[in-house]
Write a protein that binds this ligand. Structure first.
Ligand code: GLA
Length: 386
């Protein structure tokens, strides 16, 4: 575990001790990066994410009451509720705990004391909310011997997220729970089959740049995009009987489909079909150490996300364009749900200090706020964390 994380872990553990005494369980829930395969998960498609070393620690113990006492160490906020209240409230960070309990829909919980905190920026597209729901569900499973397997916990965490307002797929929860350090996961969201793909990047690295434009997926068009894809499937399946999701289409179907879908809907569809194809090409590029090719796929992905799927924003587009003028950056694209958040960048080596200083200046001049560079390393998911 990197030193920063050890430090955070100690801090949260100390806070727990001061407030509640000795903990019974500690869970580390990492954030996730995604190399490629955006907005494909809820279309039964492919994704290629990995867990990162930044994340959230949750410390807890049973308290022999029916009350859940939860303290958010980073914001110094406290909530206390009994199970009945979990059915009523759906706001703030508390909703992730409430919705997780609702998703589990089991009796037999006693109350617990819990302290959580970490270093995942909120609304940056690196799954701070899924880290909480996934971490909490794995924690409850262990503390109360609920006997759920990994797949069930992924489903429950995903259900909790949907309950909190975003009709997302399962990429984030799957990655956070199942990742293995030094590997990405090629996940087929049609049947949740997956393979670990070794991340041997030689002297190349991934890093993120946070636009620091806060987004809340609930308040954006994320759910609309999903609805548009569902609408397109409905229209397409009138003529193509065997099409149950956009995943069932291939590149060669696109010309004929373009004839009967209006432009906007066709753009959404062609992006998803092309993005699925790019994920498979990216896996091939990774296996063959073709980093320039991998970078080009990232760039193509951004182009589609921005122009066809329409989930980028000015700051993200600006950053992608800016980074691509830097010759050692092989590829760049927005990552996650979009409308703000981070770009993921593939770089040969590391960004130079002077380049970072100039980027900070230029971004500030343009947008009146600073971006944040976030170096990332792959990490184990919750179940493989030691
Ligand atoms: C969010 C969702 C994921 C996925 C991405 C976009 O992170 O939680 O399920 O849809 O957006 O790829």
């Amino acid at each position: 575990m990197p030193n920063t994380m050890k430090h955070i872990k100690n801090k949260i553990e100390t806070i727990f001790f001061q407030k509640f005494g000795t903990h019974e369980i500690m869970i580390f829930a990492p954030g996730r990066a995604n190399i490629i395969g955006e907005h494909t998960d809820y279309n039964n498609g492919f994704v290629l994410p990995f867990a990162i070393s930044q994340g959230v620690f949750l410390f807890a113990s049973k308290n022999n009451t029916n009350i859940f006492n939860i303290y958010a160490a980073d914001t110094n906020e406290f909530t206390s509720f009994n199970l009945d209240a979990a059915y009523i409230f759906n706001y703030g960070w508390e909703k992730y705990f409430h919705q997780s309990l609702l998703a589990l829909n089991v009796n037999g919980f006693a109350g617990i004391n819990l302290v959580f905190g970490g270093n995942l920026p909120i609304g940056a597209g690196i799954s701070s909310s899924s880290a909480i729901t996934s971490g909490f569900i794995v924690l409850l499973n262990a503390l109360f011997n609920l006997g759920m397997d990994a797949a069930t916990m992924v489903d429950k965490a995903s259900e909790a997220e949907v309950g909190s307002g975003v009709r997302g797929g399962i990429m984030d929860q799957f990655t956070i729970i199942n990742s293995v350090q030094n590997n990405a996961i090629l996940l087929d969201c049609r049947d949740n089959s997956f393979q670990y793909i070794e991340l041997h990047l030689e002297d190349n690295n991934f890093f993120l740049i946070n636009t620091n434009v806060k987004h809340s997926l609930v308040h954006t068009d994320y759910n609309n995009r999903r609805a548009e894809c569902e609408k397109a499937v409905g229209l397409i399946s009138r003529d193509y009987k065997n099409i149950g999701s956009l995943r069932d289409l291939s590149l060669s179907d696109l010309p004929s489909i373009s004839l009967f879908l209006e432009d906007k809907l066709f753009n959404r569809v062609s992006f998803v079909v092309e993005e699925n194809n790019r994920v498979l090409l990216a896996v091939k590029a990774l296996k063959e150490n073709q980093y320039t090719k991998l970078g080009a796929l990232l760039n193509e992905s951004h182009d589609g996300l921005s122009h066809k799927y329409d989930v980028s924003c000015e700051e993200l587009d600006w950053l992608v364009k800016y980074t691509l003028d830097y010759e050692i950056i092989l590829g760049s694209r927005m990552m996650g749900g979009g409308f703000g958040g981070c770009t993921i960048n593939l770089i040969k080596g590391y960004p130079d200090k002077n380049w970072i200083a100039k980027l900070n200046n230029d971004y500030f001049e343009r947008f009146g706020l600073y971006p944040t560079i976030i170096p990332i390393q792959s990490s184990n998911g919750i179940l493989n964390f030691k």
